[in-house]
Design a protein around this ligand. Structure first.
Ligand code: ATP
Length: 457
């Protein structure tokens, strides 16, 4: 356990030092539940989102992308039940007034809170005489709604209340008819969205795992009710493949957790979470839920628009059912980082490096002139760098310090290939190509560099 905590600290410090992730509003002491992505973080995050979009939207014929507004009419959230019930159980330290997730507190004390009501949680806390982490007495457990509310426009009355969306899903349901009218898709088909979501988590924690502002990548896949089991199974395979084969997560670090009836949302007939072995425990990364026709039905009842599908052959209208694969971008980012972080001995030194798959790596290659003070080497290196950068974008130039140090710097940010321009380059137009994982070097013609790199990324 200590070792794993240590790993988390190393990852957080690498992220800050090398420009992946900074604390949100850091110069003002931070803001709980927010983190800012730095130059390398933003690229890594974009690569994850692009791979997801390519896999689930661009390479399929049955998917329709959406980018809905974050601010939605509050009637959306009244209809779905979020205003009434999107809440977590909260308990307060009676001395410090700090607030905690009651279910997490029970878990940490070896009590399984699954399926418990707030009253039962309160009773367990009393029965076991549980104290707050500051060793103080705790109050009653109550539900705390996690939606962030704000006011739209200049009038201050409650009719102007709007919510920052707590999930991207509803932006797709409310656009169901628009997409059907524009594209006339045949069932089964899906809608997909990547975007920010906001939850006023009681205790944001574990770096970018539990945030108040985060990003989701969600699909609503519309089906006929009779095919739900088959579709559920296919989506489970697809999302696992995405995590392992596309992003490179270790298969043995991913575990299926099927929700029991008590754990499941009332509208869901089946939910399976893919949990990942984070350094702080096995936790939800990806959720797959069969949401039945709950959301479309609710919006049809509450709005003036029937969100239905017309089966043209059978001449019947019905409400499609939905399979929802939903994942957080930030939790995926953290899983990719945790699995990539590797320490080994190279050249009698311990090195820490990020073993990203080349497709995921924020920097694909780095170009070095062997010596900084030889203008002919620098000019040639700049030429190679310019050629690769115009084609690949994510390429770095580095002429600082000795070559060994430059390799270590690139290893630490997960650059899969380093290219060194030396005196032989000036003679025969070949360069040294060094592999991040093995440290092995080979000579390759400049003319072949681009096609080699393109075949790897
Ligand atoms: P948890 O039980 O961990 O709070 P959840 O079951 O409420 O998560 P969902 O509503 O299923 O989460 O959201 C879909 C996905 O969005 C999750 O699998 C997760 O990857 C991501 N997610 C949810 N809440 C957060 C958060 N506070 N910070 C970062 N990512 C989140």
């Amino acid at each position: 356990m200590e070792h794993k905590q240590d790993l988390m600290e190393k990852i957080v410090s690498l992220c800050k030092r090398r420009g992946f992730i900074y604390q949100g509003s850091e110069v003002y002491g931070g803001l709980a539940g927010t983190w800012d992505y730095g130059p390398l973080g933003v690229t890594l995050k974009k690569n994850i989102k692009d791979l997801w979009w390519k896999t689930f939207v661009e390479s399929r014929e049955d998917m329709y992308g959406i980018d809905a507004a974050i601010l939605m009419n509050s009637k959306v959230w009244e209809a779905t039940g979020h205003v009434a019930t999107f809440a977590d159980p909260m308990v307060e330290d009676l001395k410090t007034n700090k607030r905690y997730r009651a279910d997490h507190l029970l878990e940490e004390n070896g009590i399984d809170p699954k399926g418990m009501t707030v009253t039962q949680m309160g009773a367990e806390i009393k029965a076991h005489k549980l104290k707050s982490p500051d060793k103080n007495q705790l109050g009653d457990v109550r539900q705390f709604n996690m939606m962030f509310a704000t006011q739209a426009g200049a009038s201050g009355d409650s009719s102007a209340t709007v919510y920052l969306r707590p999930e991207t899903a509803q932006g797709m349901f409310v656009n169901f008819k628009n997409v059907v009218d524009s594209f006339h898709p045949k069932l089964p088909f899906g809608m997909a969205q990547i975007g920010k979501a906001f939850r006023n988590e009681i205790t944001p924690r574990d770096f970018i795992f539990r945030l108040r502002e985060f990003e989701q990548m969600e699909i609503e896949y519309f089906i006929r009710p009779e095919e739900w089991e088959e579709q559920f199974g296919s989506w489970l395979v697809r999302i696992k493949d995405f995590l392992t084969k596309t992003l490179g997560l270790d298969d043995s670090h991913i575990h299926e957790h099927e929700h029991s009836e008590e754990e499941r949302s009332f509208y869901s007939k089946k939910t399976v979470d893919l949990e990942f072995d984070y350094p702080f425990g096995q936790k939800e990364l990806y959720g797959l839920a069969y949401r039945t026709d709950y959301d479309l039905k609710k919006h049809s009842e509450s709005s003036t628009v029937a969100l239905e599908y017309l089966d043209e052959e059978a001449k019947i209208k019905f409400t499609p059912h939905v399979i929802e694969p939903a994942v957080g971008v930030d939790r995926t980012f953290l899983a990719v980082l945790c699995d990539a972080y590797t320490e080994d001995i190279m050249g009698e030194e311990t090195r820490a490096y990020l073993k990203f798959k080349p497709q995921v790596a924020p920097v694909k290659a780095a170009v070095f002139p062997l010596l900084k003070n030889k203008p002919e080497l620098v000019a040639k290196a700049r030429e190679v760098y310019g050629m690769l950068k115009s084609e690949l974008g994510a390429v770095m130039f580095d002429d600082n310090g000795n070559i060994g140090k430059r390799y270590r710097r690139q290893d630490e940010i997960g650059t899969p290939f380093c290219i060194t321009i030396d005196f032989d380059t000036l003679e025969n137009d070949t360069v040294t190509l060094r592999d991040r994982d093995t440290g092995q070097q080979e000579r390759i013609k400049i003319l072949e560099l681009l096609s080699f790199l393109k075949s790897k990324i």
